[in-house]
Design a protein around this ligand. Sequence first.
Ligand code: SD4
Length: 297
Amino acid sequence: MTTILSTWKEPGRVAIEAAWQSRKAGADLRTTLEHGLTAAELDPKMIAIGLGSIPNADGELELDASMMDGRTLEAGAVCAVRGIVPVISVARRVMEKTPHVMLAADQARRFAIEEGFGPTNLMTAESCRLYSEWLANRELEKEYVHSLDKPSDTVTMLALEDGPHLVAASSTSGMAYKKPGRVGDSPIVGAGIYADDEVGAAGATGLGEELWKACASFRAVEQMRRGASPQEACDEVVAQMLRRQPRAAEMPCVVFALARDGSWGAAVTNGTFELWSCQDGQLDCRTYEATQAAAIM
Ligand code: SD4
């Protein structure tokens, strides 16, 4: 049995369908998630991640991505990379071809170019239009206000196969119109993703500053290590965020987890969150609401 999870309705569907196609054709879990995220990154109509997503306050796309293998605890990540897609593939190469975990900004781009990735203009006509609109109204806007309307600028995926063996991966354009150089939780091992075959895997999406401070993914996996179900683990992480981090209540902060026995759960601090699942090709999309975690505070 192969189980794949993927965040957010639209980009999540593109990613999970592509991931399953790849898996069906015989891909291992790393390649399955790489192909899933690549499909969403390269789709110019998908404003969530990669090509044609929402730029920073300078009108430039800065992308973050990460991958972690639960068998070996190997991990690779890139952050604030401009003009390269798919960044998930660059993150995987950092994991597999360097002794490091993360490469940043221009030096990550240089590594990607050395690895054969071609520099690309990532702004589409639509992302330029959205940016111009934002620029024209920016005096009226509060920082991150657009992100409240468009929370789905990240796809985080978890995958499990018999063994059990797990891999986690994430790709993001980060917060819409973010300060140039800003990096969120998604490429940070323990914040945006975590995987350990001894226990399970977890991922995060939403307001990255708060998820990072909470070490959300690592904490969810550690809750499961102590015996919590994935749903209990996510509820506890979110409840603690709501108790200790007032900003976490203002925007969706999501943590979701997949245990090595194949069960999974998710929780969100504010609003709603859609999580796709695929069990040997059987697709489902479930909506999680903030009320459940708030209730156990
Ligand atoms: C970030 N966590 O960069 C990402 C944003 C996100 O859906 O998940 N949006 O903070």
